[in-house]
Ligand binder design. Structure first.
Ligand code: DO4
Ligand code: MG
Length: 285
């Protein structure tokens, strides 16, 4: 069951339930104006099933503009949670190498702030590469949707856009490598009601297209994430509260070859088998 946000004709955000690849149910007549009460409730799937049987209006997905599926949540990210991410980062950096090695093995994960909700790109909106970076990549990641109690209530797809040369030059530059205009995309919807073991069986795929040709494709399994989802959520909620909930990206396991850098007008497509596809064109920021 996939929950989405979309804009109506008056440019107001509405909440919908994705029925299939081409149709959604508008939940507005059922009194749903925000996602948060559903994400906070213990029986969101049962409530939504009940609403779905009420004969609510159906809309074509092609007729609406999807928004990023979050409201007031902060977006955070975990790093170096896949072996592939650890080895790639150790290669790109000289003196930072031991930091990546150590955090991969440590009890405490790497967690960093990624974005405010209002800065997140929805599917179809541009993601950015910095004009002062030479080496930019998308990071396709499974994203945990957490309620205010720190429980995983759903999953979406995240793109943790990164400037690898800036991160590799000095780890203290991580915030500049990771947080800039259009550096985070989320969507297209939130998958509710899936267990961690079901989510771990999902395949994550990345395809980058340039002038209509695929210039990179790769895939991994969410099962390769080294840490438990609750473990990541517990560390995020340590000594910190999130009254609106949070979205936590779980790290990347797909790293394009070192010679590859994104260019303006590339198209980044990320698919997670249990969720759908997040697709964003690239712009220079
Ligand atoms: O350590 C730097 C960032 C790691 C990251 O974003 C990832 O592994 O996905
Ligand atoms: Mg990442």
């Amino acid at each position: 069951m996939n929950l989405c946000r979309f804009k109506d004709q008056q440019d107001q955000a509405r909440i919908g339930l994705v029925l299939d690849d081409s149709t959604l149910l508008d939940l507005t007549p059922a009194g749903v104006r925000q996602m948060q009460p559903l994400l906070e409730s213990d029986d969101a799937v049962a409530q939504l099933n009940q609403m779905a049987s009420q004969g609510l209006p159906r809309l074509g997905l092609a007729e609406v503009r999807l928004c990023a599926p979050l409201e007031r949540q902060e977006v955070w990210a975990a790093g170096v949670t896949y072996l592939r991410s650890k080895t790639a980062r150790m290669g790109e950096s000289d003196f930072g190498a031991t930091a990546y090695d150590r955090v991969y093995a440590a009890e405490r994960p790497e967690l960093f702030f990624k974005s405010l909700a209002e800065k997140v790109a929805a599917t179809g909106e541009p993601v950015g590469i910095r004009r002062d970076a030479r080496w930019s990549v998308p990071e396709p990641e499974l994203a945990l949707v957490l309620n205010s109690r720190g429980s995983v209530v759903g999953y979406t797809i995240g793109n943790d856009m990164s400037a690898r040369d800036i991160e590799g030059e000095n780890l203290l530059y991580l915030p500049q490598a990771k947080i800039y205009e259009h550096s985070c995309a989320l969507g297209p919807s939130i998958r509710l009601g899936a267990s961690e073991s079901a989510a771990r069986a999902w395949t994550i795929r990345l395809a980058i297209h340039r002038q209509g040709q695929a210039v990179f494709t790769g895939q991994t399994s969410a099962g390769q994430i080294k840490r438990g989802f609750d473990e990541l959520a517990r560390f995020l909620f340590r000594s910190q509260s999130f009254p609106h909930g949070a979205v936590l990206l779980t790290g990347t396991g797909i790293v394009p070859p070192d010679a590859f850098s994104l260019q303006a007008q590339d198209l980044v497509q990320i698919e997670v088998s249990g969720i759908g596809r997040l697709e964003n064109p690239v712009v220079v920021v």
